[in-house]
Design a protein around this ligand. Sequence first.
Ligand code: A2P
Length: 276
Amino acid sequence: MNTQTAKAVPALPDAQTVTSVQHWTDRLFSFRVTRPASLRFRSGEFVMIGLMGDPHPETGKQKPLLRAYSIASPSWDEELEFYSIKVQDGPLTSRLQHIQPGDEIILRPKPVGTLVHDALLPGKRIWFFATGTGFAPFASLLRDPETYEKFEEVIITHTCRDVAELEYSRKLIDDLLNDEMMQELIGAEQLAKIRYYPTTTREQSPKMGRITTLLEDGTIFRDLGIDGISVGTDRAMVCGSLGLNTDIKVILEGFGLEEGANSDPKHYVVEKAFVG
Ligand code: A2P
């Protein structure tokens, strides 16, 4: 005899609740979710997040639709923040862009990644090179006291198509520099080490051009009053499109820097930003 009258809806595996959502442009948004109590991660790492896919037309079964997302919040934060592109026909982000506070997302609590301090040898100056949503891991690292304990100077470059797309990084750095809690946590003197270098490629702004061009023609060094990049003092982390990553690698290696990994720390590390 079957005593089951109604089937319980299975709980979403690894579900976390959305606590806030902010839309920055029609292509970009950020959101915060609850953090699993057991989740420990190093600032700069990524996790797989997503939503349940549509039911299979014949079996009705649903599979999770997951993508790698850098955690944009620092490791000490009680919630998790993510910064995402909206791709109108992207399988995940076409839906993810509609999440609201109270909704649930799937989050696999297995953080990994190469944009971590452990993958770099000690140095004096660290360069964070970001394009588009590639700023996310640096949103985490810039809010982590370890960054300032390890380096005397922190240069963050962010290149986007237009000025509106720079708003997330501009506001985050502005808040960092002016927020009393952040000043207490990281130290006002430590925060003064940050040098923010935003550039645009498709709209007029105070500094225009791809970061690769500005490095190759020396503009960024003249603007910042720096001689150049040297293997003795400089370390770098890169996060952007495949093209950007490939092009910057060539430039950094031209300065003599070598690519590091968790198991083999060296002078620079690279990771691809989430794209779809
Ligand atoms: P561009 O406008 O010249 O393509 P996207 O929004 O497509 O992810 O791009 C973010 C930023 O990264 C844009 O400003 C874009 O410049 C720049 N970009 C894309 N590819 C490269 C590359 N290979 N080298 C340097 N910058 C790049």
